[in-house]
Each structure stands twice: as C-alpha cells, then as structure tokens.
Design a protein. Sequence first.
Length: 485
Amino acid sequence: MGAQQDVASILLVTSEANPFAKTGGLADVAGALGPPLRRHGSDVAVVMPRYRQIDLSRLTPVIPHLPVALTDTRSYATSVYSAADQGVTYYFVDCPQLYDREDLYTHEGKDYEDNYLRFGVFSLAAIELARHLGTPRVLHCHDWQTALVPVYLKTRFARTPALAKVKTLLSIHNLGYQGLFDRRVLRELGLGDAMFNSEQLEFYGKVNLLKGGLIYADRLNTVSPTYSREIQSPELGFGLDGLLRKRSHVLSGILNGVDYSQWDPRHDPHIAANYSAEDLSGKLACKQALLREFGLADSCLTKPLIGIVSRFDSQKGFDLIEEVAGDLTAIDGALVALGTGNPRYEAFFRNWAAAHPDKIGVRVGFDNSLAHRIEAGSDIFLMPSRYEPCGLNQMYSLRYGTVPVVRATGGLDDAVDESKGFKFRESTGQAMLSAVLQAVNLFCRDPERWRTMMRRGMEQDFSWDQAAAQYASVYCELLHPDPTA
Ligand code: ADP
C-alpha cells in the first residue's frame, strides 16, 4: 500500500486541550499529540467545546448552523468555529447555553448537573462535524465526556453510509472518573431505556457513560502500559475490570510524552540558573534559590532536599507521608511541597511546616513557575501515588536531574527504572520511608554514583514523538485490521 493511502485523517474529540482550556493531563495530551502525529503522516484536527474562556472574536466561523438532535423532540442549535495552533486545526462547538460558563465541569466544588447533556450534545456535535467534513476516518475520544461518541456511532448512526467506516479509539486518562448519572438521563440522551442493563450502560443502578464507550469503541487505550494492566484487576479497575478483561485484546497502553519546550533545565526561564547533564553546576544555584524562597536555612544546601508538586488528593498517597511524617522530619535534610486540593492534606502540610519551619517548606496553591523551581532545585522528587495512570512529574524530575522516589504503579513504574530512581511496591508508609532513606543514603554517601544516576535520568527521552508514533500505529491497525487476527 502506498504511503499516501496510509495517511489517516484523525479527529481528536476532547473536552479540553492546551492551550485553549485545561483542568488536567488530558489537555496536555490533546494539545501535544497533533504536531508529532502530523510528522508521522496523520492528518489531525481537534474538536472541543467553546467554553467562555475561549474568546469567540479570535475564532473563525466555519459552520454557522449545525443542529444536534438529541431526541425526536429535542435539538440544540450549535455552530462551529476554528483556530489553528502549531499547524493543527481546532474546531470549537459553540452552544452558549451549555458551554458558556465560568468553569469546565464543576463550579464551587459541585459538578454541573447537566454535564451528561453538555457532553452528550458535544459527542453528537463531533459526529455531525465528522459527517460534515467527510474526511475523518478515526474519531479518537477521551474519557467519559466523549465516551458516547462510539455509543452513538454504533447505534444511532450504524446505518449512516457516510459514517459506516469511521473507527473509534477511546483513551482512558483516569478510570476513577466515569460519568455516573441517574437512569433517567438515558432517555434524555436519546439512547433509550433499553440500554439500562448490565451488558450496556447500567452500572450498579446508575448510568455509566464511560462504560458505554468501553463497550462500543473499536479500540481502547490508557496512558501507560502498566496502568492498562492494572485496570484489569479488581484493585484498580473501579468496578470495570471485568469488562476491561473482556476487551483486553483491543486495549493497549501508551505512555504520555513530555513537552520539553516547557520542561528542560537547559532553557527553562523559570529557574535561577540553567544546567544540563554535561554541566550540572547551575543546579546548585537552583537549590540555593529554592531554599531561600521557602525560608529554609542555607545550611541545607549540602543536605538532601526532597520536593513534592501535586494535587492534594487521596490518589496521590499523601496518607503515607502523614503516616511517617515524624521519620521524614528526622532525616538530616529538608522538604518542600507545593499543592492544593483536599483541605485535609492542605492542613496537614501547613501544620507540618509550621511545626518545623527550619526544614519543611510548604505552599498551598497552584503555581506553575514554582513547580519548575521545585523540579530544578530539589535533589529527590517524591511521588507515593496509590495509583497513577501516567504521571508527568516523574518524567520532569528525570530531565531535571532530580532523582525520583516513586511507588511502582502505572506510569511511575513504567517511566522510572532502578538505574535512575527508587521504587517501592507496597502502599505503606514504611515501604515509602525505606525507599526515601535509600535515596538519602546514596545522596549522602556516594555523590559520584548519585551524579551518575542523575545524568542517566537526564538523558532519557520521553518526547511526544515516541508516543505519537505509537498512536499512529494504533490508528493504522484500526484502519487496516489484520485479517488473520
Ligand atoms: P494529575 O494529572 O493526576 O494531576 P500529573 O502528574 O499527570 O498528575 O500532572 C500534574 C501536572 O500538574 C504536572 O505538570 C504538575 O507539575 C502540575 N501540578 C500539579 N499540582 C500543581 C500545583 N499545585 N502547582 C503547579 N503545578 C501543579
């Protein structure tokens, strides 16, 4: 088959994408995949809702009127705009009554009650856009918000000739979020109450939108190979492990990439001094600046400095830190943490720092620039996650020569090997403490081996090009299935 015929037209269907709207890692993936996919020969576009924060006056109108019929009696008038970013076309579905709101999914800690409608309409609009464009051959969907795309395609549009050959890939970025709603929403979404059974969208008395996508999508993937296995187990399957085991033949794991234009100490504008694997001297300046920023003593400069940047969420394993906080404080070193989220952990960290202001520094909040400075200035980066679909900070840490200490789960396990970091398996405070102590001991007793470890990590490449190559081959398999398989 000629290369030209292999060029696949991909539409990324996503509820968020950098640089337009972001609440989490999904936006990074959706915003970063386009350019390298294009280099791999895929013709890529992205479609997402036009939220309030996306300035309409900067967009180009494309389809002034794209009606979306949810049911026989209920339609939404949407229109489509576009913009280009790094050579990739972004389509925005505009429907002010659904998306012109202060936040993306939740407001003041509460989910918008009509989220099923907002993303049901968006999923249908994406399909209508694909039909209008006529070119997309793969709709690459993400998480529960767009999980209805494969459901609608395989049911309502099953006999629509223009869409008959369109394939779907559903990426799971975090199985913990499934889009659970009351039974009545099925009818409102035009899917029919008959789908309320355990073989379809029913899930313990609720409607589970992600489950629908997992059943109907042609291919499934998650954001790391280890997580793709873990979600097939009862421990991390969130009740969907049986279904995922059943579909394991179409499920794969592709580790997210890192945007090295933003995260590289050689040219990072946020840090006190730039440095590289060849010349590490700037890292000490970064450490000194970081200690000062947190009001920690200069005498800590020669001692191990542990860094943490995270959402303060129970997923991230902060209860382990709480459990052995006394032992961590007893280490002859210092610790800085940046995070926000669960008030319980915010209070824990604040109190910890207040009790030991000379060695524990804490900032509660979201501060991207400080996150860079912690990556650059720390010696050790701690990630004790209970589960971690992919995780980015461990990959940033490796590039910054900040040796990661991670729980061996999901993308942490995949990205960190023992020649470049420290891993612990059991989700206990003692297991974490013992890995931290190993790291601290090596740092203090064998600086030469420590530097070798740092350099090995710094040389590792997690660029998006590699991830995009793997996505390109999944698209290719979708479009040219192996007849013998
Ligand atoms: P998750 O998506 O589960 O939050 P990831 O490790 O995949 O975890 O991505 C988290 C991203 O958000 C990283 O880029 C990290 O640096 C950033 N981040 C998390 N919390 C904060 C914070 N409080 N301030 C600045 N950046 C943060």
